[in-house]
Design a protein. Sequence first.
Length: 343
Amino acid sequence: MYSVAMMEEGQRGGGRQKEDLEGLSSGRRPPRRGGSPSSYSVLSNPGESASRGRGKGIDLRLSFNFGVRHQHCAKMINRIPVALIACGSFNPITNMHMRMFELARDHLHQTGLYEVIKGIISPVNDRYGKKGLVTAKHRVAMVQRALETSDWITQDPWESQQEQWVETVMVLRHHYNVLFHQHHTKNGTSPESSKALKQADLSNAQSVAPRLKLLCGADVLKTFNNPNLWKDEHIEEIVQKFGLVCISRGDVHPQRFIYESDILFKHRHNIHVVTEWILNDLSATHIRRALRRGQSVKYLLPESVIDYIQQHNIYTAESELQNVNEMLQPLKAQHSMINVLND
Ligand SMILES: Nc1ncnc2c1ncn2[C@@H]1O[C@H](COP(=O)(O)OP(=O)(O)OP(=O)(O)O)[C@@H](O)[C@H]1O
Ligand SMILES: NC(=O)c1ccc[n+]([C@@H]2O[C@H](COP(=O)(O)O)[C@@H](O)[C@H]2O)c1
């Protein structure tokens, strides 16, 4: 069902996204939608961040925020709704994981094409087999605490609750189906009527089914290169049918991997590369190491997560030995296939 409903962005709208991306990378303004003179500068509005999220403080910003929010909503009309999903270990979740969502949302809004409607964090299944991976029960609880401060990023433990490790494309298919059904329930439409609407113009934005894009760091894009880790047809499905938002990580820039891969290059217009200019090398591995050594991790992850880690004494020399002699599940599957072929 989802394959009918989804389409590569570059195939629609006469390649407008391509223009937008080129416009952005060259510093040109992306083309405006609906002729509004400032429709792309949604997030450059100084009141914007105050109008999102917190919003509980009663002060003079209230009336100002109302105006800004109203303006913000007006600017979001006719945009393609997008949900972003990040799959990973989150062992533990760090500030950078949440920042990744903020960077991606800013970027997509600034294209003038999309409205990001939600973020989803999907912690990997315990059977993934990664060294030092603590149980999903703890990783999910930590993500839950971290997300208390976000009004748009959510967590979905579906992946972690499956019997086995699940390939990322399956996770995307599952969440796309959920989104698709939620959309129709909300609008009181049938999935069939939406297929026709998808071909129609975007003026009826409420009726446009949301897209789901995979959000990841450049290191994940780099692993696409490893044929034992990812199947080509899965990579193709991810970039063609869903789309990718990839954040640069340290000095790892995704453009090279896109250029060097035929599949990624072919679907490059469905890959959004976002540069994080505020460089930091924050990773869950660094956090676990510091914790094992009794060093402070304050300001690298939310206080509520640090409290949880301390209460449950999660990261120790022992926990780091989890799966130490294990092969990653995707490699294992490939390995057994090669053995069968050799027999
Ligand atoms: N500093 C960062 N910059 C950009 N992306 C990041 C950063 N940290 C994590 N990510 C991204 O977040 C997602 C989830 O990552 P994951 O849970 O594996 O965290 P990690 O910090 O890379 O973990 P580990 O150090 O254990 O490998 C991945 O797509 C990863 O690329
Ligand atoms: N073939 C696949 O679908 C495949 C292969 C390797 C990793 N992954 C996913 O990528 C993410 C990587 O997480 P880590 O960076 O923590 O290893 C995980 O969610 C994992 O399930 C998927």
